[in-house]
Design a binder for this molecule. Structure first.
Ligand SMILES: Nc1ncnc2c1ncn2[C@@H]1O[C@H](COP(=O)(O)OP(=O)(O)OP(=O)(O)O)[C@@H](O)[C@H]1O
Ligand SMILES: [Mg+2]
Length: 497
C-alpha cells in the first residue's frame, strides 16, 4: 500500500559533550508530509542533516527506496533526490537569484559555455509553476526570506527531488506567505514528493502534515497520525510531562511612574508622528501586522537609525540617543528579531557572546578580562534560561536555533537594562522555553524593568501586556488599556485602519 521512500534504523550521533541522536528509527513514505516536533536541542536539525548528507551518523543504517545507502555529502544526497532547506538559510547572498538557483548545476551549451538563456527560461518556468515573482538578476540577500525559500524550493524541483526537508521554514514568514508555502507543499504532495516539515507552531503542523514524529533529548518518543493527535498529547510528548499553563500571569501592577516618553517620532523608512509613554515595571505590547513599523520604531529609539524629528524623555530628562551603544549607557537594551545577523558572533563561545555587551563589568582593574567573573555571569544565565550547551566554551554556531535565541536574551539581560525592548523574543523557541521566557519577562517587570514587547503572536501580547500600542503603516492607531486588551480588539483596530 504505502511505498517507503526513506527509512532510518538505529541512528545515533554524538558531538563532544552531547548525544544529539540516540538510536532513532524514522521513515517517510512517498508523497507523505511528516511533521517533526521537539524542544530546542531535541535533535531535529541534526537528524535532517544526516538525511541530507551533511553529517554521517556514528551508527545505524539509512535505506533509500529499500536499498541501504551511505550519504557522503550534500551532493550525494541531492543526486539521490533529497533536498534540504536549512533552518538558517545558507544561500550565497551576493549571487543573483538565477545564479543561486543553478549553483553547481549550470546548464551549458554544446561548446560548454554557461547557457544563460536556457537557464532563464527554465527559471521562469519553475517560478511560474510556484506562482512567485522573483527578479532573477537581484542578489538573493536583498530578497525577502519568503522569496529566498522559494528559490530553495525551486532548486529542489530542478534537482528532481523526491524528498524535500524544510527546517522551520515558517519562522520568519507572514501569515500570507505561510499560506502560500502550504499551497506549494500540497502540490508537491500531489506530485508524489515527500516533505519533512519542522516547526514549533503546532497549529501549522496540524494543518499541513499527515503524520507527526516527536523527538526528545535525541530520542524518538512518539509518533502519531495527525488526524488522531491532540495538542495536549503532543506537548506532553515534547516536554515529557503535562503542561497546563502556557502563559505566566503578572503578580504586580505597573507603577504610575512614567519612565520614558516618546514624543512625535518620525524617521526612516516610514515612521510618522509616533508618541507613547512607558511606565516603570510595565509591559507595553507593540502590536501590528508585519510591516507596521514596530522594528523600525525600535531602531529609531536605540539610535540604530537616525530619527528626523521627535524627542525622547527618560526620567523627565530629554536624551539624545545616536547609537545602540549610547542606548545601553542609558539603560535601554534592544533584542533584535534577527539573531544571526545582528546579535551573535557565531564563531565565538557562549561565554563571550553573553558577556559581549557588559565588557567593562567583567574586566578587572588592570583592564584584563576577569575570567572568573565572566564564567560566573555566563553560568548563571545558562542556568536561569536553561540554555542547552555542552558548556560556556561551546561555540554558538553549534547550538540549536532556539538555544541561540536564549544566548541573545542572556546577552541583553546581562546589561541589567531599565528598559528592555524585545523584538519577537520567542520566535523559533519551543513551547517549554517559551513559557520560561514569558516567566522571565513577567519577573523582570515585577522587579521594575520596563518592557516593550514586539510580537506577531497575539496570544503572547494579550497574555503579557499591561497596555497595547497598536501600530499600522508607521503610525500609532490606538492604545488599548488592560481591560480592553483582546485579540479581537487588536485585530479590529488593525483592520479598521
Ligand atoms: N555541530 C555541532 N557541534 C556540537 N554540538 C552540536 C552540533 N550540532 C548540534 N549540536 C547539539 O546537538 C543537540 C541537538 O541540536 P539540534 O540542532 O539538532 O536541535 P533542534 O531540535 O534542531 O533544536 P531547535 O528547535 O532549537 O532548532 C543540541 O544540544 C546542539 O547543541
Ligand atoms: Mg533546529
Amino acid at each position: 500500500m504505502s511505498e517507503p521512500l526513506l527509512a532510518l534504523k538505529h541512528i545515533s550521533k554524538s558531538f563532544p559533550g552531547v548525544k544529539a541522536l540516540d538510536d532513532i528509527d524514522f521513515s517517510v513514505q512517498k508523497g507523505e508530509v511528516v511533521g517533526l516536533l521537539g524542544e530546542n536541542g531535541a535533535g531535529k536539525s541534526t537528524l535532517m542533516k544526516i538525511i541530507s548528507g551533511v553529517y554521517t551518523p556514528d551508527s545505524g543504517d539509512i535505506f533509500w527506496q529499500d536499498k541501504k545507502i551511505k550519504l557522503k555529502s550534500i551532493m550525494d544526497a541531492q543526486e539521490k533526490g533529497i533536498a534540504i532547506i536549512f533552518q538558517e538559510l545558507n544561500n550565497c547572498p551576493n549571487l543573483s537569484a538565477l545564479e543561486n538557483l543553478f549553483l553547481g548545476h549550470e546548464i551549458r551549451t554544446s561548446a560548454n559555455f554557461v547557457d544563460f538563456r536556457a537557464m532563464k527560461k527554465k527559471a521562469k518556468e519553475i517560478f511560474s509553476y510556484l506562482d512567485v515573482q522573483i527578479p532573477l538578476e537581484k542578489p538573493v540577500g536583498k530578497l525577502s526570506v519568503a522569496l529566498q525559500q522559494m528559490i530553495e524550493i525551486g532548486k529542489a524541483l530542478l534537482a528532481n527531488a523526491k524528498l524535500i526537508i524544510m527546517d522551520e521554514p515558517t519562522s520568519s514568514l507572514t501569515d500570507k506567505e505561510v499560506q502560500k508555502l502550504f499551497q506549494i507543499v500540497k502540490e508537491l504532495k500531489e506530485r508524489g514528493i515527500a516533505v519533512i516539515f519542522i516547526s514549533h507552531k503546532l497549529e501549522e503542523v496540524f494543518i499541513i502534515t499527515d503524520r507527526i514524529v516527536v523527538l526528545r533529548d535525541g530520542k524518538h518518543v512518539g509518533e502519531l497520525k495527525t488526524s488522531a493527535a491532540t495538542q495536549d498529547e503532543l506537548v506532553a510528548l515534547m516536554v515529557g510531562r503535562e503542561m497546563h499553563s502556557f502563559f505566566s500571569k503578572r503578580t504586580k501592577e505597573a507603577s504610575d511612574e512614567t519612565i520614558l516618553k516618546i514624543e512625535n517620532f518620525s524617521g526612516p523608512p516610514y515612521i510618522r508622528g509616533v508618541s507613547f509613554y512607558l511606565r516603570k515595571g510595565e509591559i507595553l505590547g507593540l502590536a501590528g501586522l508585519i510591516g507596521a513599523g514596530r522594528t523600525e520604531l525600535a531602531l529609531l529609539m536605540i539610535g540604530a537609525e537616525q530619527k528626523t524629528s521627535g524627542n525622547m524623555v527618560l526620567h523627565g530628562k530629554e536624551i539624545d540617543v545616536r547609537s545602540p551603544w549610547q542606548a545601553i549607557q542609558h539603560g535601554i537594551a534592544y533584542l533584535s528579531e534577527d539573531r544571526k545577523m545582528k546579535s551573535l558572533v557565531l564563531q565565538m563561545p557562549v561565554r563571550a557572546n553573553i558577556t559581549m555587551a557588559i565588557h567593562s563589568a567583567v574586566t578587572g582593574t588592570l583592564g584584563m578580562l576577569d575570567r572568573k567573573k565572566e564564567l560566573e555571569v555566563t553560568n548563571s544565565f545558562i542556568r536561569l534560561l536553561d540554555i542547552k550547551t555542552s558548556g560556556p566554551e561551546q561555540t554558538v554556531n553549534n547550538l540549536s536555533g532556539g538555544n541561540q535565541q536564549k544566548v541573545v536574551l542572556a546577552k541583553w539581560l546581562a546589561t541589567k537594562p531599565s528598559i528592555l525592548i524585545l523584538d519577537e523574543p520567542t520566535r523559533g523557541i519551543d513551547v517549554h522555553a517559551k513559557a520560561e521566557v514569558h516567566k522571565i519577562i513577567t519577573d523582570l517587570a515585577d522587579k521594575g524593568t520596563s518592557i516593550i514587547l514586539i510580537s506577531s503572536e497575539l496570544p503572547e501580547i494579550v497574555a503579557l501586556s499591561d497596555r497595547v500600542v497598536v501600530m499600522h503603516e508607521g503610525q500609532v492607531k490606538s492604545v488599548l488599556e488592560k481591560k480592553d486588551i483582546s485579540q479581537e480588539n487588536i485585530m479590529s483596530t488593525v483592520f479598521s485602519a
